[in-house]
Design a binder for this molecule. Structure first.
Ligand SMILES: *Cc1c(COP(=O)(O)O)cnc(C)c1O
Length: 370
């Protein structure tokens, strides 16, 4: 399928941020966006890159009422030599289709999605910031567009890719965050939507996060919905514990997201010969390890913040602080390894880096309908 290109005339281009130390996260958007429509019987059509801006929808549009929508999040990194790198973007494309299937939305040829990302980034190259730790955040998403108040899957969808320059996710930077174990709400139940990137999960988390913030914590740590006993995720990050030298992270049982940073961290730990276990871990086990002085480290993983060390855990009215380890913490080592690869400062033996230029040269694959 052809992608129609409508470059924004220079006079209508948006002002680029001048201060890269103050980009924040998700507030600034680049000049262009990619859009493509899907309709029953016709499949994907009308792929285009044009000006980023508002679009009108009928108030009855399904996405506003029933939340049939999914998204992805990845980043483009500027290397010292000025090249632009992506990190395992094929995984985001594959996960997008997994999310689409769960929400009864159409799949997309992963190579085509990658191609669309490549073409869009090529047009907005100048929007990729230059400083270390900054990047261009890429947000592909899909919404149900049929105007209909009956409860059913939409017969039409719109796929977008928007981008924008971002700085560090947490204003604290690479400093330990304070986490509240959430006892009042749950995020996802068995058979639900916990393993996919869809709006409902985040809507379900907003009040919990607000209450945690008001109580002085940065994020919430979710327990499983059935027993309120096993640890699941922290905010929108996967969670890792280092207990007596072994790294433990909850398994992918359908209620947690299959994070790309999570799987990359697991693979790196294995290459470093650090024992890592994917298994259920209860809050009692973690607090028991803490009491015995065996809870060495705790950290979250995700594209937005990369690695986020946890310095304090709050549960049932008590604070459990996690003292800094002697020497280099594992969280720091992972952070520097991942960032080093992303910014082209460290070798990439696992083949995770995809230079933007390699996507642009790739021949266009046809987008296919489900
Ligand atoms: C996106 C996300 C993650 C992290 O996934 P990455 O692929 O590492 O960015 C973890 N948990 C939730 C709920 C998420 O939405």
């Amino acid at each position: 399928m052809n992608i129609a290109i409508h470059p924004v005339p220079p006079a209508e281009r948006r002002a680029k941020p001048t201060d890269e130390s103050n980009l924040g996260f998700g507030k600034i958007f680049s000049d262009h966006m990619f859009t493509m429509e899907w309709s029953a019987g016709k499949g994907w059509h009308d792929a285009a890159i044009g000006k980023y801006g508002p679009i009108a929808f009928e108030p009855a549009t399904i996405v506003f009422h029933y939340g049939q929508t999914i998204f992805e999040g990845l980043k483009a990194y500027r290397t010292k030599s000025g090249d632009i790198n992506l990190f395992r973007p094929d995984r985001n494309c594959a996960r997008f289709n997994i999310s689409a299937s769960r929400l009864d939305m159409p799949n997309m040829e992963p190579d085509f999605m990658l191609q669309a990302i490549g073409m869009l980034l090529d047009m907005d190259r100048d929007w990729v910031p230059k400083s270390y730790e900054t990047s261009l955040y890429i947000r592909p998403f899909m919404i149900a567009t049929e105007p209909y108040l009956g409860l059913k899957s939409s017969s039409s969808f719109l796929f977008f890719i928007i981008t924008g320059p971002v700085g560090a996710y947490y204003p604290e930077g690479f400093n330990p965050v304070k986490i509240q174990v959430c006892e009042k709400y749950s995020r996802a139940g068995p058979g639900g939507l916990g393993s996919v990137k869809t709006a409902a999960n985040y809507a379900a988390s907003l009040l919990a996060e607000k209450e945690a913030n008001q109580a002085g914590f940065t994020q919430v740590l979710w327990l499983d919905a059935s027993e309120r006993k096993y640890l699941e995720e922290v905010g929108s990050m996967n969670i890792f514990f280092k207990i007596a030298g072994t790294v433990i992270t909850p398994p992918l049982t359908g209620t947690t997201l299959d994070g790309i940073t999570r799987s990359s961290a697991i693979e790196l730990l294995k290459t470093w010969n650090i024992p890592v276990e994917e298994r259920r871990i209860s809050i009692d086990e973690v607090l028991g390890a803490h009491t015995e002085g065996k809870l060495d480290e705790m950290f979250g993983t995700g594209t937005a913040a990369v690695i986020s060390p946890v310095g304090l855990l709050h549960y049932q009215g008590r604070d459990y602080s996690i003292p800094a380890v002697e020497g280099e913490p594992l969280a720091q080592r992972l952070f520097e390894q991942l960032m080093g690869m992303q910014y082209g400062l460290k070798p990439d033996p696992l083949g995770w880096i995809v230079p933007l230029d390699s996507l642009i040269e790739r021949p266009l694959a046809a987008a296919t309908a489900r």
